[in-house]
Design a protein around this ligand. Structure first.
Ligand code: SAH
Ligand code: SF4
Length: 366
């Protein structure tokens, strides 16, 4: 049976203020509650000491602050930490923390599985199971921040990337409040540019995001031509490269000093050639951007192979010679299967999983 109580973690500040005023309470209760939840990791209403006992009891009767249960924590030899969170009796997802010298990046999931079916992605191969709620999305940050605060004192989150399982812009209405909480001073207070949404190219939602939230955008391009991109990202049949880049140009035009990050999963003998690199540099010439190369991470059953280090270097050199900032993403957390595109999460009930794989849901287009 579903819980009729509203989960406060499902609401960003404005929505929470409305919830409290609709509830007959003062607006400032919203920021007070957020301070308890996100500042003090306090989920028990009875510990909200600046709320009267009557209000605490009233809240307990109508609201909850449920966060997914932490099932396990794995730490890689390179410092990467992966948490498995149980979303419900059928679904668990993984959240990954990647420490670097001057920052700590949390990779957050937006869906269990993904319906977009990119041919090189483990999440796509497993099909779509369901959207995560706002609470389930923001709770990944909450659990990770709390765990780091408790047991990895020298580590903290400085950046959040929506690059875990799922296509964040296909779950727009639940992702947006989570992005707001991440950047709210009463939430996690991350700087706008340190919160990144990664998309495989949902053009209308890129425009909507541009209107709604001042966050960074990463676009999974993977190919310089429509013909090749269609093989890798089926969504390209709906939104081709030209329409995608037009939305990208608008996105950066509206923001000072912003750059789009173009992600390019480099797949052995598929898109790793020098000519493809040159075509990419021509294609992106008029867009303020950087290029992030992700060497393909293989997974069981895939038809693709990793590129040679030589090809990745050559690709990078061509991009840099053309004046781009170009980085190669290091594979992190290899020993705990936490690398990009390898997050498979877990369907607790395998029977249900196979039933769901065949279920294709239409994209939410606002
Ligand atoms: N759905 C979003 C975000 C999640 S995937 C998107 O597609 O952008 C995050 C990044 O990992 C994307 O750039 C995706 O293309 C890449 N990726 C997926 N599978 C991969 C794999 N097997 N090896 C390397 N990168 C992969
Ligand atoms: Fe979905 Fe992104 Fe994987 Fe494509 S690469 S299937 S959009 S998660």
């Amino acid at each position: 049976m579903t819980n009729p109580k509203k989960n406060l973690l499902d609401y960003d500040r404005l929505q929470l203020e409305k919830l409290f005023t609709d509830f007959g309470e003062q607006r400032f209760r919203a920021t007070q509650a957020m301070k308890w939840i996100y500042g003090d990791y306090q989920l028990d209403f009875q510990q909200f000491t600046n709320f009267s006992k009557t209000l605490r009891d009233k809240m307990a009767a109508h609201f909850n602050t449920a966060v997914p249960e932490l099932v396990s924590e794995h730490q890689s030899t390179d410092g990467t930490i992966k948490w498995l969170l149980k979303m419900d009796s059928d679904n668990a997802i993984e959240t990954v923390y990647i420490p670097e010298k001057n920052r700590g990046t949390l990779c957050v999931s937006s869906q269990v599985g993904c319906s977009l079916n990119c041919t090189f992605c483990a999440t796509g191969a497993q099909g779509f199971n369901r959207h995560l709620t706002t609470a389930e999305i923001i709770a990944q940050v909450w659990v990770a921040a709390k765990q780091l605060n408790h047991s990895h004192k020298n580590r903290r989150i400085t950046n959040v990337v929506m690059m875990g399982m799922g296509e964040p812009l296909a779950n727009y209405e639940r992702v947006l409040p989570a992005l707001n909480i991440m950047r709210d001073d009463f939430g996690f207070g991350f700087a706008n540019k340190r919160v990144t949404v990664s998309t495989s190219g949902l053009v209308p939602q890129i425009r909507q995001l541009n209107a709604d939230a001042d966050v960074s955008l990463a676009v999974s391009l993977h190919a310089p031509t429509d013909e090749l991109r269609e093989q890798l990202v089926p969504l390209n049949k709906k939104y081709n490269i030209a329409s995608l880049l037009a939305a990208c140009r608008e996105f950066v035009a509206d923001k000072k000093k912003a750059r789009i990050t173009f992600e390019y999963t480099v797949i052995g003998d598929v898109n790793d050639g020098a000519e493809q690199a040159r075509a990419l540099t021509r294609l992106l010439r008029d867009i303020p951007c950087k290029i992030n190369l992700i060497p393909f991470n293989p997974f069981p059953g895939t038809r693709y192979k990793s590129p040679s280090a030589k090809k990745v270097d050559q690709f990078k050199e061509i991009c840099m010679a053309a004046g781009y900032i170009c980085t190669v993403r290091k594979t992190r957390g290899d020993d705990i299967a936490a690398a990009c595109g390898q997050l498979a999460g877990e369907f607790m009930d395998r029977t249900r999983r196979s039933a769901n794989i065949t279920k294709k849901i239409p994209l939410e287009v606002r």
